[in-house]
Design a protein around this ligand. Structure first.
Ligand code: FMN
Length: 182
């Protein structure tokens, strides 16, 4: 069945490793007939949540009218969210985390999301998977809280410089992940 997939990327580095992984995933998902929208959060202006609890009081998710309010309708239309991100200090980069923080607005505003599942694709320069324990743990707890199914994770260690991922098999693995979405 065709799904609406929203790919949220977290890197400020255009054509960097996570950007290439995102595009590979999108190629696979599009080939499988899914509708995919990519949103590069590092090129958006999203403030951190201020916990004012006034979400949706003005009709918009956030009363501070930043780019989250543009992205919110994409989130509300999505069946699946895919986080594609570099590892920054063992977790999500601030630009992506700011958008995750503002998912809070849907809770305060009592807006039900149709999202049923998520995927994590994370890359980093450190050489082994255990360096990703922090981001995986956050991701799993976020999904548990939101009742989203964990539809898969692709952890890509050992890629530090722009384009390092090109000499690995992770792009074909990301593409297959997209293609295998049912
Ligand atoms: C601010 C910053 C923090 C980083 N922290 C980590 C880290 O904790 N662990 C790690 O493995 N790599 C870390 N890196 C390296 C990036 O994750 C790595 O270069 C990755 O390939 C970048 O992906 P991109 O090309 O999509 O931007 C960090 C890079 C930056 C700029």
């Amino acid at each position: 069945m065709k799904k609406n997939i929203l790919v949220l990327t977290g890197s400020p580095r255009a054509r960097g490793n996570s950007d290439l992984l995102a595009d590979a995933f999108i190629r696979g998902a599009a080939e499988a007939g899914h509708e995919v929208v990519k949103c590069d959060l590092a090129r958006k202006n999203i403030r951190g949540c201020t916990a004012c609890d006034r979400c949706f009081s003005s009709g918009k998710p956030c009363v501070f009218d930043d780019d989250f309010n543009e992205i919110a309708p994409l989130i509300q239309r999505a069946d699946i969210i895919v986080f594609v991100t570099p590892l920054y200090w063992y977790t999500f980069p601030a630009q992506l985390k700011a958008a995750i923080d503002k998912l809070y607005s849907f809770e305060v505003g009592k807006k039900k999301l149709d999202i049923s599942g998520a995927i994590l694709i994370a890359c980093g320069g450190d050489p082994e998977e255990f360096y990703f324990d922090g981001i995986i743990s956050s991701y799993r707890l976020i999904l548990r809280h939101l009742h989203w199914e964990d539809m898969g994770r692709l952890i890509v260690p050992g890629v530090n410089n722009k384009g390092d991922v090109l000499s690995t098999d992770y792009l074909s693995r990301a593409e297959k992940m997209g293609r295998d979405i049912t």
